[in-house]
Design a protein around this ligand. Structure first.
Ligand code: ADP
Ligand code: MG
Length: 259
């Protein structure tokens, strides 16, 4: 390696321009071949480094989000689920709800795409370089129960208040005891008007009292959640059962009832 290359690498290292260290020689050769003006070459160098930084940020934030799977909005077949207003979802994907600290609540029976849409909106959020954390209600209660045993409940709740978007999936599949209900109330209060949440549930709002086994706490939670919010009510068939139905394996009545 020439002395000049060593000096360049040392400078790039000091400035933490790590990606340029790997690609500046190739870009310089290309610029010489194409007779690029100096400013165009400089711009190419800066673009390469900032693209690499962006890719790294997106990768890290995606790992941190803990999505159960990766699904984008363009993988969602709106024609299969006509009860969903595509315009409303596209508006949500603009992330104005995040700017205004509003919540999004996706309601509907199993398999209609609630988690898919929540993840897709989460990915859009990460592409704008904001942090996201995805957790199911069941895991949330398990994590908070452990935190309580370790005397770290306050820290854990504070941590969950941090991401710009918190996705809380599958509210309503399990009934919550007093501790679970209080935790959700505290979490929702912590985030109220500070940061958006996306929640999914198979239960309509009228049935939330039965999830918390307490109508008072259910209405306190809903009051805060719904104050600034968009509800997407999905009424349709499960996408999971679509192929089975096509093959005639399932009768129409086998669709789980909307609750
Ligand atoms: P749920 O409403 O139970 O959360 P999911 O979002 O997990 O349902 O959807 C179940 C599966 O079906 C996922 O793999 C999801 O990507 C897929 N899916 C659901 N609805 C659609 C749709 N309209 N277009 C494409 N894939 C869909
Ligand atoms: Mg789901």
């Amino acid at each position: 390696m020439s002395l000049q290359s060593e000096r360049i690498l040392a400078q790039l290292g000091r400035l933490r321009l790590t990606h340029l260290g790997q690609c500046y020689e190739g870009l310089a050769e290309e610029a010489a071949q194409k007779n690029l003006p100096y400013l165009d070459f400089l711009e190419k160098l800066l673009e390469a480094e900032s693209q690499a930084k962006y890719d790294r940020t997106v990768k890290l934030k995606t790992q941190w989000a803990h999505f159960p799977y990766s699904k984008r909005l363009d993988q969602f077949d709106f024609s299969f689920q006509p009860s969903i207003d595509e315009k409303k979802i596209r508006e949500l994907a603009s992330l104005r709800f995040l700017e205004h600290k509003e919540n999004v609540i996706l309601l509907g029976p199993p398999g209609v795409g609630k988690t898919h849409l929540a993840i897709a909106l989460g990915i859009e959020t990460i592409l704008q370089e904001f942090s996201v954390y995805f957790i199911t209600m069941q895991d949330l209660v398990a994590q908070l129960t452990r935190a309580r045993e370790e005397n770290k409940l306050k820290e854990k709740l504070a941590l969950l208040a941090k991401p710009r978007l918190l996705i809380l999936d599958e509210i309503g599949y399990l009934a919550l005891d007093q501790f679970g209900a209080t935790c959700l109330f505290q979490l929702v209060s912590h985030r109220y008007e500070h940061g958006s949440m996306i929640l999914t549930s198979n239960k309509s709002y009228g049935d939330w009292g039965s999830i918390f086994q307490d109508n008072v706490i259910a209405s306190a939670i809903l009051d805060r959640l719904l104050h600034h919010s968009t509800t997407v009510n999905i009424k349709g068939e499960s996408y999971r059962l679509k192929d089975k139905r096509k093959a005639g394996v399932l009768a129409k009545t086998a669709v789980p009832p909307t609750s």
